[in-house]
Design a protein around this ligand. Structure first.
Ligand code: CUA
Length: 145
């Protein structure tokens, strides 16, 4: 009986937590038709944030056949939460020479937290076949001093 109460308590607490941080964890959703009006996805790019476990949020809107933004500069040593969704079909999101590798699906929000502590240029590419322009679907991530 005690463990059941504890179990229900945990569910209750997690429900409260997930309500407070809409893009923090688990499977989150966004209507592809409303991306341009969405509070996060209407502003693609790198944004400084305060009071979170990461320094920046890097918002990507992905579509056939490009990543928006097409190029990003990240200050070296920054902890970055990448937040991405697709306008159309399933795309891949891989940053070469790093462990960043996600599937980006329309209707879903994908996230990855990464500290960029090595200066250099990193190729962001789509590694999921998405149509005729798939091979040209790239972006450039620059980690700068
Ligand atoms: Cu997008 Cu392949």
């Amino acid at each position: 009986m005690g463990s059941l109460v504890l179990f229900l308590g945990i569910i209750f607490v997690s429900a409260i937590h997930s309500g407070h941080e809409p893009i923090a964890s688990g499977r989150e959703f966004v209507d592809p038709e409303l991306i341009d009006k969405h509070e996060v996805f209407s502003k693609p790019g790198l944004h400084k944030v305060d009071g979170k476990d990461w320094d920046y949020e890097l918002v990507f809107v992905v579509s056939a056949f490009n990543f928006n933004p097409g190029e990003v500069e990240i200050p070296k040593g920054s902890k970055v939460k990448i937040i991405a969704t697709s306008r159309d079909v399933v795309h891949g999101f891989e940053i070469a020479q790093t462990n960043v590798n996600m599937m980006i699906e329309p209707g879903h929000i994908s996230t990855f937290v990464k500290t960029f502590d090595k200066k250099g240029e990193y190729l962001l590419l789509c590694n999921e076949y998405c149509g005729t322009g798939h091979a040209d679907m790239k972006s450039n991530i620059k980690v700068v001093d």
